[in-house]
Design a protein around this ligand. Sequence first.
Ligand SMILES: Nc1ncnc2c1ncn2[C@@H]1O[C@H](COP(=O)(O)OP(=O)(O)OP(=O)(O)O)[C@@H](O)[C@H]1O
Ligand SMILES: [Mg+2]
Length: 226
Amino acid sequence: MTIITLANHKGGVGKTTTVMVLASIWTNQTDVAIIDFDPNKPLIEFYNNMELKPASLHVYEYIEELSDKTPQEFIIDIEKRHSLVICDTQGAASHINLIISCISDLVIMPATFSKLEIDQIMESKKLIEQAEQLIGKTINTKILISRSKTLASKANMQIIDNINELELNLFKTQLQDRAAYATMFYKSKLLCQLDFNDCSAGALSKAHDEAQCFAMEVANEIGGLA
Ligand SMILES: Nc1ncnc2c1ncn2[C@@H]1O[C@H](COP(=O)(O)OP(=O)(O)OP(=O)(O)O)[C@@H](O)[C@H]1O
Ligand SMILES: [Mg+2]
């Protein structure tokens, strides 16, 4: 039973996309439950529009005002039925995000190059540190560089140096800016369901390889998939 949360109080950095990327790889291997904590419900909309819903994919929504459960009760209830739970959160510094982070085995914090400033990462990290102080334990947090253009660019190298200097955990794999990832949203399909009518064969294969590398890194971080 593992809980992974995508969190960054900045909007549009790729949290929801990262959930879809992980689900694309893992629904072929295991049972995956996704909880959409974002009031805009992007994953519920995605799931409702999906023509082919994999039997191993389960998508839930949590609406605080309508639920008789606290966020942690809601997650724990779902965790009893599914070995892997991935939580997508709103791009805001909310109390719900703080609670979810506290009970997660891994918090993935995507950050984009256009918005990726060290100050912003430090701000998000500070929120996690506040949560750590509250619960008296470390929350495993790792930064994912997402929507990057070219891996070898000067800006890219500089940011990685800065992150390393600050001794922040960073995934080796970056989710580059790829049409295949954006197409998942438009077509309401997981990466593994896209075909050559949706995206070119080369682009699809590169995105799939990258997603696989990233999912492997995440699996290692949580001690493997159940
Ligand atoms: N690696 C990527 N390559 C191409 N497009 C991407 C990538 N990651 C995200 N996008 C696009 O960027 C937009 C924002 O991404 P996404 O919704 O995943 O961010 P978010 O952090 O969940 O945003 P919010 O805070 O609003 O929930 C979407 O249109 C998505 O298709
Ligand atoms: Mg989102």
